[in-house]
Design a protein around this ligand. Structure first.
Ligand SMILES: CC(C)(COP(=O)(O)OP(=O)(O)OC[C@H]1O[C@@H](n2cnc3c(N)ncnc32)[C@H](O)[C@@H]1OP(=O)(O)O)[C@@H](O)C(=O)NCCC(=O)NCCS
Length: 198
């Protein structure tokens, strides 16, 4: 019996872009970052944040700093590939909450020319599903609730999680996963690289 993706699969004549909502998602592969993607990931994060409203300008350096640290989670650094080129990147790394390792998401960036086509959403769905599949309890992030609410993020204070800076509270969100537990309450700290480059 043919197995999906196996050698007996008939070649596809064409791949139609997926339609969702008001946009057409170009044929997009979401996959783990490999070593040969590093320069392209740096470039796409740089480009994404170059004109972003709330940017430090060091987001690409932040990714590189995180990659060299103990909180890096290789299976949760994902790229979006469009026409063989890296068009977006998202990463989750281990912060600390109630003495436990809990994921913090960021940065996420998409090539500006491809904004609004669903690539950011595809990266979000993929990284959330991957984190849930490997029994991570949840994901914390700082961002606009209008964008992240659609992926199941809620204000962190609803779950008793607080940021290190109280001013972040309106943007500080958590996505609880299957392994979330009531004991996960208190202050969440992103990995130390965020203090330097965030
Ligand atoms: C945020 C980002 C990753 C989204 O990627 P994308 O491929 O454009 O996203 P999608 O096409 O899947 O979704 C577009 C939606 O996100 C919204 N959106 C885009 N950037 C947003 C932001 N920074 N905050 C809130 N909403 C945002 C758009 O208004 C649009 O909303 P709509 O579907 O209601 O029209 C991309 O815009 C980006 O790289 N921005 C610069 C870097 C950045 O700001 N990262 C997030 C920091 S918290």
């Amino acid at each position: 019996m043919p197995v999906a993706g196996g050698p007996s699969r008939a070649p596809r004549k064409s791949i139609a872009p997926a339609r969702s909502g008001g946009h057409t998602l170009p044929v997009t592969l979401i996959r783990r970052e490999t070593e040969s993607d590093r320069a392209a990931v740096h470039a796409v994060q740089d480009a994404a944040f170059a004109t972003a409203q709330h940017a430090s300008g060091h987001e690409a350096d932040l990714v590189d700093a995180l990659r060299g640290g103990e909180d890096w989670v290789p299976r949760l650094s994902l790229v979006a590939e469009v026409d063989g080129k890296i068009a977006g990147h998202v990463v989750c790394t281990h912060g600390r909450l109630a003495g436990e390792r809990v994921l913090g998401l960021g940065p996420i960036g998409v090539e500006p020319a491809l904004h609004g086509k669903g690539i950011g959403a595809a990266l979000m769905h993929a990284v959330i599903g991957a984190a849930d599949a490997v029994d991570e309890p949840g994901i914390v992030l700082l961002g606009d609730p209008k964008f992240y609410g659609r992926f199941g993020f809620v204000l962190a204070e609803e779950l008793g999680v607080v940021p290190s800076d109280p001013n972040w509270a309106p943007y500080f969100q958590v996505r609880a996963l299957a392994n979330w537990g009531e004991e996960l309450r208190g202050r969440f700290d992103f990995p130390p690289a965020f203090d330097e480059f965030g």
